[in-house]
Write a protein that binds this ligand. Structure first.
Ligand SMILES: [Zn+2]
Length: 336
């Protein structure tokens, strides 16, 4: 184990170790880079959609200790040598030295040019002067991109049923109407709607619907809804958009997948998604399909063109579902 090291300088030893280090990273995690304790929080804040949806990212978390014991470095370096040299390893993302853990992960799309600064500028605009968002070059690009996508999309029938719910109230006498859009005057600003604008938020499965309602302990009254006519849907998760770096970056980043919400009327995190909703409507879409920020796997559909399509929403039935029912379901889904 030692002869090959004879005569090597410390720098040469370090280089040899790092070659093994990255080889292990590649073969074990299929990743060429990693994030560290210093920068992982920023990464998660920047890419909430990845943290939430790509379970590889969370699973890949590993301590240097375990990384050493599980890889091939140990065939060439003793644990003492490894930890002595590992003090020089710098995080490829932020440049800090490692403090014991890493998150191996490669983004599987190319981040568009200047994406970080664009996101930052958009966040500032959203807070200070939201109506001026459209003047930003990135917003213009998004608008154009949505128009281009629109040209290749035909209306199609949505999955049936879709789900929509109300937090359960014991004394309420439920009717089908409870599950359609509320009258304009009661509607507050939402992720994809302006205040006073009727849209219909639907989940593709019942568990996602419950998670979207923030898991109320009193359970939910859950309705199954069918949409009778085909709709033109901007499907952010369509397979043929998987190679669209622009769409991927948009939907996985804090621009569209932020789980954060403001208090009351202060919802700057919704400005960009509402902009996308306007762009989609203007490009002829009736609805947007997007990943739930509260579920690791579930998806939602928001019908933007609700007022025009009124009468096409059929409430099939509705039933009371308890918190316990959902917890059982969630456990089953996670496989334990
Ligand atoms: Zn780092």
């Amino acid at each position: 184990m030692t002869e090959w090291k004879d005569g090597l300088t410390r720098v040469e030893l370090y280089d040899a170790m790092m070659e093994l280090f990255y080889r292990d990273l590649e073969s074990w995690f299929n990743a060429g880079t990693f994030y560290c304790d210093s920068c992982v929080d920023d990464f998660i804040e920047q890419w909430p959609g990845i943290y939430n949806r790509d379970l590889d990212f969370q699973r890949n978390f590993i301590s240097l200790d375990i990384f050493y014991s599980g890889g091939r470095i140990q065939d060439y370096f003793t644990k003492e040598e490894f930890f002595d040299l590992s003090g020089y390893i710098r995080c490829p993302n932020c440049g800090d030295s490692l403090s014991g853990h890493m998150w191996p992960y490669d983004l599987n799309f190319d981040v568009p040019d200047n994406f970080d600064s664009n996101v930052h500028e958009i966040a500032t605009l959203a807070e200070k002067t939201p109506f001026l968002l459209m003047l930003h070059p990135f917003a213009k690009e998004v608008y154009t991109e949505i128009e281009v996508i629109s040209k290749s999309i035909e209306p199609s029938l949505l999955p049936n049923p879709l789900y929509r719910a109300r937090v359960y109230e014991n004394e309420h006498d439920y009717t089908s109407k409870d599950f359609l859009a509320a009258p304009n005057k009661y509607i507050v600003e939402g992720r994809y709607n302006h205040a006073g604008k009727q849209v219909l938020y639907l989940a593709e499965d019942d568990l996602t619907c419950y998670l979207e309602m923030r898991k109320p302990s009193m359970g939910i009254m859950l309705a199954k809804i069918e949409i009778i006519n085909p709709l033109k849907v901007l499907d952010l998760m369509a397979e043929d958009l998987e190679d669209n770096h622009f769409v991927q970056a948009m939907q996985l980043s804090s621009l569209m997948s932020s789980p954060v919400e403001g208090e009351g009327w202060y919802k700057p995190h919704y400005v960009f998604t509402r902009f996308v909703a306007d762009a989609a409507l203007s490009a002829g879409f009736d609805a947007i399909r997007y990943p739930s920020v509260r579920s690791n796997t579930g998806n939602n559909i928001v019908v933007l063109n609700y007022e025009k399509l009124e009468g096409q929403f059929h409430v099939i039935d509705f039933n009371y579902v308890t918190e316990a029912d959902f917890l059982t379901k969630q456990k089953k889904q996670r496989g334990f």
